[in-house]
Write a protein that binds this ligand. Sequence first.
Ligand code: APR
Length: 314
Amino acid sequence: MKLTVIGAGNVGATTAHIAAVRGVAREIVLLDIVEGIPQGKALDIYESLPILGQDCRVIGTNDYADTANSDIVVITAGVPRKPGMSRDDLLSTNAGIVKSCAEQAFAYSPSALFIVVSNPLDTMTYLTLKVTGLPRERVLGMAGVLDTARFRSFIAMELGVSVKDVSAFVLGGHGDSMVPLIRYTTVAGIPLAELLPSDRIQALVQRTRDGGAEIVQYLKTGSAYYAPATAVVEMLEAIVHDRKQILPCAVLLQGEYGLSDVVCGVPVKLGRNGVEEILSIELTAEELEALHRSAADVRRTIERMETLLAQQSS
Ligand code: APR
């Protein structure tokens, strides 16, 4: 298994580190546009492996030729948010970056599976699909696993229980309109609604929606990376170990949930072939409406991106 991580910043380097620690790949290539950063970080990660007893080649590079024949490419290149910014505010900078990264990586690894992390996530995933022309099974975005982990953390904190007891699902776009599904959220199998009053649940839902901004507010100069990188590695492991794991991921919808030609977070089965199934779970009219509202937000951002890219190329 050869893994390429594009962008050796906070999310990319942390992803490469966790992937190396967990022995996800035989070879990890960390690529960045800045000279020295990927080389230095890759060497540092490699030097941790004798202590861990993990056997994996880790190299840092600025040259896409080194990424040739990757099985999986993770795109984290781009700028992160600063306080007061929404993910959509990153669009004009990150669209150009993600487009060029996807084009170049695809040229060297035409049969790779792509996992997109750069924001605005759903739109950058859509862009990667269009740029590579890969089938939707092979291009997916990491957001739902992170948003769900945040929701689970807040529920565990509120109830004073183990995070392991909390099972949840957050669907929709990776933005303010994401859709935490209360009916599918349980604590040791007990529906959340039986354990918490609805006003408390709503407060946790709101904290989840603002979860990324909460970290940006603390860090001031960047956004979250430990939980995002861990979420990417969970997806990598599901694929590499052919786990057939059901995880919320951003994928291109073609009729599912009444949505088409838009990328949105829904439950998918992840295995060796990437997205092996998109699960259509039953939603109430209210939940479906929330999902459609979230998808409409993504669609607007996709349209803005298309205009921007057309202007940049003219
Ligand atoms: N090619 C390769 N790497 C690039 C390019 C490019 N064209 N442009 C920028 N980069 C690199 C930067 O040099 C930097 O090392 O991407 C890296 C981004 O790292 P950080 O600034 O630390 O940002 P990070 O916190 O990792 O977030 C990256 O993921 O979660 C999202 O919103 C976040 O869009 C952001 C992305």
